[in-house]
Design a protein around this ligand. Structure first.
Ligand code: ZN
Ligand code: ZN
Length: 296
């Protein structure tokens, strides 16, 4: 905490870095990221960021710890999570930003998702066994060390056992959608995801829109379902796509977000490589579900 009248050293560092902004899509050891909140906050400070959001898959477990660390570092923080939904035959990730991390209904649902993830992991491992890969669920859980085991953890187990050369091969042969050991997550609709996020007072935004197969259709679908915004700034989004998404958000009065989706495993980008302008972050912070929800 800074003493009144004194400039927090990190604020001074940010000023020295010039450009202001936020990275609102980060993963930690509480899901499939490899770094602790402490490590993330320290990197965020050195990247000159003003604000971050923690968006682990199906959990808000790391948010309290990260909030405290951000406060100590003089960094803004938005508690979040990334949920998985399905629409138009595609897996869609929905970010919940500004969540009440103590909301009982939300937490209960996260527990249910975590149980489903374990069941799914058992199925994927048995499919891999059938493919001649003698991997065990215990091995994967030992790598995951969190409540939300997923494909990235299984991928790491396969690489550790040298069953594949790299991540691309793992997903192309075994874990990619429709591949030999792929098992879809539980069926959850975009509308259900939005409703659940609203229950916890958060804003629901479609993540990394550019990764979808049917980009315009998914955008239109999101707007129809009453989504609150889109993740426009993303490392793999072209400038043209980013501008198009921002234009859609302006047209429908939706929130603009963005971030690196940093996991810390051979990521091609670093924390802060994407900086969401602070005017959008302020809009996000002021967003009020009871007044601003577009859900009919
Ligand atoms: Zn995602
Ligand atoms: Zn993510």
């Amino acid at each position: 905490m800074s003493i009144a009248g004194e400039v927090h050293p990190h604020t001074a560092l940010r000023r020295a870095c010039g450009e202001h902004g936020a990275d609102l899509h980060l993963h930690s050891i509480y899901s499939d990221g490899v770094h602790t909140p402490n490590w993330l906050v320290s990197k965020a400070v050195h990247a000159g960021l003003d604000c971050i959001a923690l968006t682990d898959h199906d959990t808000v477990e790391g948010c309290e710890e990260t909030a405290k660390l951000c406060e100590e570092a003089g960094l803004g923080f938005i508690p979040g999570a990334e949920l998985t939904a399905y629409a138009l035959n595609e897996e869609i990730h929905i970010l919940g930003l500004g969540l009440d991390i103590h909301n009982a209904v939300f937490l209960e649902k996260m527990n249910a998702f975590q149980e489903k993830r374990l069941e799914r992991m058992k199925k994927m491992v048995s499919l891999l066994n059938r493919e001649g890969i003698p991997i065990s669920v215990e091995e994967v859980l030992e790598i995951a060390k969190c409540k939300v085991p997923g494909r990235m953890h299984l991928c790491r187990a396969l690489l550790l056992g040298e069953y594949c050369r790299d991540r691309d091969e793992v997903f192309a042969r075994y874990l990619g959608d429709g591949c030999a050991a792929y098992v879809p997550k539980m069926n959850f609709s975009v509308r259900e995801a939005i409703r659940l996020i609203h229950t916890a007072g958060g804003a629901a935004l479609i993540a990394h829109v550019g990764r979808q197969v049917k980009v315009p259709a998914i955008v239109e679908y999101g707007v129809q379902m009453g989504i609150d915004g889109f993740e426009c700034f993303y490392p793999r989004h072209s400038k043209a796509l980013c501008e198009r998404l921002v234009a859609v958000c302006e047209e429908y009065h939706l929130l603009v977000s963005g971030g690196t989706d940093y996991h810390g495993v051979k990521d091609r980008v670093n924390i802060g490589a994407v900086k969401v302008p602070m005017k959008y972050v302020e809009e996000l912070k002021q967003w009020d579900c009871s007044k601003n929800s577009k859900m009919g």
